[in-house]
Design a binder for this molecule. Structure first.
Ligand SMILES: [Zn+2]
Ligand SMILES: [Zn+2]
Length: 136
C-alpha cells in the first residue's frame, strides 16, 4: 500500500501536511478522499458530507455514494501520533474512559483499544519526553 503524503508537492512542513481540511488541526481518525487525496478527520468529513457532496478544499464531486468516496488512512494517523505523541496519549485516555463509561468487555473493548492502536505506544516516546515542536 502506498502512502504518499498529501500535498507533498506544495511544500510546507510535515506537520502542516497533516492538518485536516475542515478544522485545520492535526488529524483525528484520519481519512482520505479517494478522488483528490485531501485529508480529513473522520468526524469532520462526515459532518461536512451531511451538508455537501464535494471536497471542502478542491470541490471535487464525490458521487452519489459518499461512504465509498473515502477510506481510513491509518498510516497517516500513525504519523500524526509519532509527530505529536501527546495526541496519541490523549486518544488513549479518551478511549479508556469511553470503554470504562460503557463498561465494555472482551471483544467490544478490544474494538476500542485495538491492538494496532495500543501497540503504537511502543514506537512513541513517553509523553513527558516528546519531541520539541521546533524539530518538526
Ligand atoms: Zn478535522
Ligand atoms: Zn479535494
Amino acid at each position: 500500500m502506498s502512502s504518499q503524503l498529501p500535498g507533498s508537492s506544495t511544500g510546507g512542513s510535515l506537520k502542516e501536511r497533516l492538518l485536516c481540511t475542515v478544522c485545520k488541526k492535526l488529524l483525528v481518525d484520519a481519512v482520505v478522499l479517494n478522488e483528490c487525496r485531501h485529508i480529513y478527520c473522520r468526524a469532520c468529513l462526515l459532518g461536512h458530507l451531511d451538508r455537501e457532496d464535494r471536497c471542502a478544499d478542491c470541490l471535487t464531486h464525490l458521487g452519489p455514494n459518499k461512504t465509498a468516496a473515502f477510506r481510513p488512512d491509518p498510516t497517516l494517523q500513525d504519523l500524526v501520533y509519532k509527530l505529536t505523541p501527546q495526541h496519541y496519549y490523549q486518544e488513549v485516555r479518551y478511549r479508556k474512559e469511553f470503554a470504562a463509561r460503557r463498561r465494555l468487555q472482551g471483544v467490544e473493548r478490544r474494538l476500542v483499544m485495538d491492538r494496532n492502536f495500543t501497540e503504537l505506544a511502543r514506537y512513541l516516546c513517553k509523553e513527558e519526553e516528546r519531541i520539541p515542536v521546533n524539530l518538526i
